[in-house]
Design a protein around this ligand. Structure first.
Ligand SMILES: Nc1ncnc2c1ncn2[C@@H]1O[C@H](COP(=O)(O)OP(=O)(O)O)[C@@H](O)[C@H]1O
Ligand SMILES: Nc1ccn([C@H]2C[C@H](O)[C@@H](COP(=O)(O)OP(=O)(O)O)O2)c(=O)n1
Length: 233
């Protein structure tokens, strides 16, 4: 069993785009009274800042300097959690598909991963946190007490993302959205540094035919069983 952490255990939820990570992390964090850490939003904030500064996605020196001067924080207000970059609320700007694709490219660069790895470990070290991302259970917190790998078919994830974009008024066809999901999967899985992959000790959940509620019940039951076992199970 890992050493007991000050505020509770660390829960990792990794998986590809559109699997339901953000939705489930928020709901599970509320059920458990834990803090939700959206690591994807952190990478998106770096990508937005790089775009604004005109830093190329392969300019490792420029990206390293950018990350050194970038403070990424979360402002929590009840149900909402705003993402701040050097104090500026970038919650909306980081959510466009353009930034999502740029983020997938920039997040493959080693200086960006190293900088955010250090931030994420500082944020979660005391436990009582749920971190969602691509490499939480494999790189950021390999000793996390509970790890999930949440996935769904590319078609279902594309459909979910399509509905989400349509609700935001972004005009993309279902076929285009599925293709972009598959493109991001390939980039996230195929990169050299901290690729998207299931940790050996992660609980796999395929949400293709499950509702958000069904996934939440499964996750909550698993976490409570691990807590009852004293952390590692
Ligand atoms: N099991 C599910 N069934 C149906 N829709 C889902 C499910 N999980 C998530 N969604 C929806 O899919 C979209 C993407 O979910 P999100 O949590 O943002 O995924 P991720 O963080 O993995 O990209 C959201 O609109 C969300 O409400
Ligand atoms: N821990 C993480 C989180 C996100 N990323 C990268 C890979 C993703 O394509 C982008 C955007 O992540 P985000 O979770 O916001 O994207 P989705 O909501 O899953 O579509 O960032 C990463 O490399 N490592």
């Amino acid at each position: 069993m890992s050493a007991v952490r000050e505020n509770g255990v660390i829960v990792a939820i990794d998986g590809p785009s559109g699997a339901g990570k953000s939705s489930l992390t928020k709901l599970l964090a509320k059920r458990l009274g834990y803090i939700h850490i959206d690591t994807g939003a952190m990478f998106r904030a770096v990508a937005l800042s790089a775009k604004r500064a005109g830093i190329a996605s392969d300019d490792d020196k420029g990206l390293a300097e950018l990350c050194q001067g970038l403070e990424i924080s979360f402002a929590r207000d009840g149900e909402t959690c705003r993402v701040l970059a050097n104090g500026e609320d970038v919650s909306s700007e980081i959510r466009t598909e353009e930034i999502g694709l740029l983020t997938s490219t920039i997040s493959a660069r080693k200086p960006v991963r190293q900088a955010l790895l250090e931030m994420q470990r500082r944020m979660g070290a005391k436990g009582g946190v749920i971190l969602e991302g691509r490499d939480i259970g494999t790189v950021v917190f390999p000793d996390a007490e509970v790890k999930f790998f949440l996935s769904a078919s590319a078609e279902e994830r594309g459909r979910r993302r399509y509905l989400e974009l349509a609700a935001r008024g972004e005009s993309a066809t279902l076929e285009e959205t599925i293709a972009k999901v598959i493109q991001r999967d390939r980039q996230d899985e195929g990169r050299e540094h901290a690729p998207l992959k299931q940790a050996e000790d992660a609980v796999p959940i395929d949400s293709t035919s499950l509702s958000i509620e069904q996934v939440l019940e499964l996750m909550e039951r698993t976490v409570k069983e691990r807590l009852a076992q004293g952390g590692k199970g």
